[in-house]
Design a protein around this ligand. Structure first.
Ligand code: ATP
Ligand code: MG
Length: 357
């Protein structure tokens, strides 16, 4: 298998944390020379706009189709002219075009990282293309419109197809973990939308008798996550609830710098940390590379499972182990309670990986 992996740095802290993640991935893969990876740099975001007048150049759009997967940095949205059609946010388009229906967002606590809770190890699996981002062909923009200047309406789309796909992603993940899935919804209010979503989850649950399945209303889930996050393993939910709850769970374990993510479909996979471009700390070596490095690790793990590649799996697992060891040593960025720069933390992880296993 020859893997072709894209590197799309994006903007602001993306220019620091994406190269950090790629460096770590390459360092780990160097221990497995049988894994053949070609890396392809592709421009995107504000940085690309300044260079070529487009945030999502056609060349980038075409090349993505030839890749096995890619790592994508955050897109800064401050400086774009609002009315320029070439200054678009590429994220929703990529998720849609490549049918990346599930967004997997783990939250894991470390004893010596400042956080509200310890012993947290859970994953939010969020539907990625519906809810507040309905089909762009069906509804203009985000599915919102104003019938008159005093009334705004938002259309929420939930389909059987995507609800089933995201539930399957969650149950597959649970099989590799502690075998528990909790579906989060609000079918007391959204009887049709959430009703359909949870019906799909129940149907998928029947195919996984060894996985414990339960359901929770989103407001109760928010309270339970703050009070007793340790009781959760995999949570599966719709787009907007997942957006909010996954930021909440990152807050439980130390903040956005601790929140990796992977968007997956049946063919493609995209590593993308939960955080945005954080312009306030960009260029200062303050960005926590953990989220992006672990997103890269999730990409390698997904590829390993898809292509049944044991060496790739070991390369992925070695990254997680090295990161944990560096955190235990206390080499971490200020948001985690340490004093290391982005580069120092990255370098320490690479050094850990280059000690042959
Ligand atoms: P977006 O709308 O693009 O999601 P946002 O408004 O949610 O952006 P972020 O860019 O995600 O905001 O960042 C919010 C704050 O969290 C930042 O200002 C920064 O202080 C902190 N932050 C985010 N990512 C990191 C990181 N990797 N390391 C350290 N701090 C971070
Ligand atoms: Mg955000």
């Amino acid at each position: 298998m020859q893997y072709k992996l894209g590197v799309l740095k994006g903007d602001d802290i993306g220019l620091e944390v994406v190269p950090a993640a790629v460096k770590v991935m390459k360092e780990s893969l160097a221990n497995f020379p049988e894994v053949d990876v070609e890396w392809v740099d592709l421009p995107i975001g504000h940085t690309a706009y300044v260079e070529s007048g487009e945030t999502f150049p056609q060349e980038t759009q075409d090349k993505l189709k030839e890749l096995t997967g890619w790592i994508l940095g955050p897109i800064g949205h401050m400086a774009y002219p609002k009315d320029d059609p070439k200054a678009i946010n590429p994220h929703p388009i990529i998720r849609k075009v490549f049918d990346l229906h599930s967004n997997v967002r783990p939250s894991r606590s470390f004893d010596n990282v400042q956080s509200i809770h310890k012993d947290v190890d859970l994953v939010v699996v969020r539907e990625n293309n519906e809810g507040f981002q309905p089909d762009r062909n069906m509804f203009a923009g985000t599915g919102e419109f104003m019938p008159n200047p005093d009334l705004a309406m938002s259309v929420r789309v939930i389909s059987r197809r995507n609800s089933t796909a995201v539930a399957e992603s969650a149950f597959e993940l649970a099989m590799q973990r502690r075998k528990k899935v909790t579906a989060i919804h609000k079918d007391t209010v959204y009887k049709l939308g959430c009703g359909l979503f949870v019906e799909c989850c129940r149907n998928v649950a029947k195919n996984y008798p060894e996985v414990e399945f339960d359901e929770l209303i989103v407001d109760s889930a928010a309270a339970a996550l703050v009070m007793k996050p340790q009781k959760f393993d995999v949570l599966v939910t719709t787009n907007m609830f997942g957006d909010i709850l996954s930021d909440l769970t990152s807050g439980l374990v130390g903040g956005l710098g601790m929140a990796p993510g992977l968007s997956i479909g049946s063919e493609y996979s995209m590593a993308q940390a939960t955080h945005g471009s954080a312009p306030d700390i960009a260029g200062k070596q303050l960005a926590n590379p953990y989220a992006m490095i672990l997103s890269g690790k999730m990409l390698l793990e997904w590829l390993a499972i898809k292509y049944d590649d044991q060496a790739m799996l070991q390369a992925a697992q070695a990254i997680e182990k090295a990161v944990s060891e560096v955190i235990i040593k206390g080499i971490m960025t200020p948001d985690m309670g340490g004093s290391a720069t982005t580069e120092e933390m990255t370098e320490a992880i690479c050094n850990q990986l280059s000690k042959k296993i």
